[in-house]
Design a protein around this ligand. Sequence first.
Ligand SMILES: N[C@@H](CCC(=O)N[C@@H](CS)C(=O)NCC(=O)O)C(=O)O
Length: 115
Amino acid sequence: MLESWFNSPTVTITEIKRDAANQTAVDAETAAFSLYHYDSCMFCARVRKAIGALSLNIELRDIMTERSHFRDLANFGGRTTVPCLRIGGEEHADAEWMFESADIIRFLAEKFGAS
Ligand SMILES: N[C@@H](CCC(=O)N[C@@H](CS)C(=O)NCC(=O)O)C(=O)O
């Protein structure tokens, strides 16, 4: 049952492979993203799976192993729930903090998935 939940997509994602030039362009865009997560969180695992399927290089920030990530999430994101996608902004205060695994997966699939 757990496996069927994990594999039940909130959106359908087709696995993406890009040529080098396109991957470099996407990498430049996702350089401004980071995913706050931890290993044993199932909601985080579902987002990590989508990130892998979309061939995205997004920095993973584990809030359990690095307490400064937990503090940043709480202080700037305003919640301590993971997963959370931090988007853009030179400073944490300027970033957008997107919560909810389904919203994050939908956002990434719409932006970087097969059109
Ligand atoms: N509906 C949320 C659920 C997220 C959730 O419950 N995350 C748990 C970890 S698996 C969490 O962060 N709990 C700690 C807290 O709520 O502060 C989603 O799909 O992202």
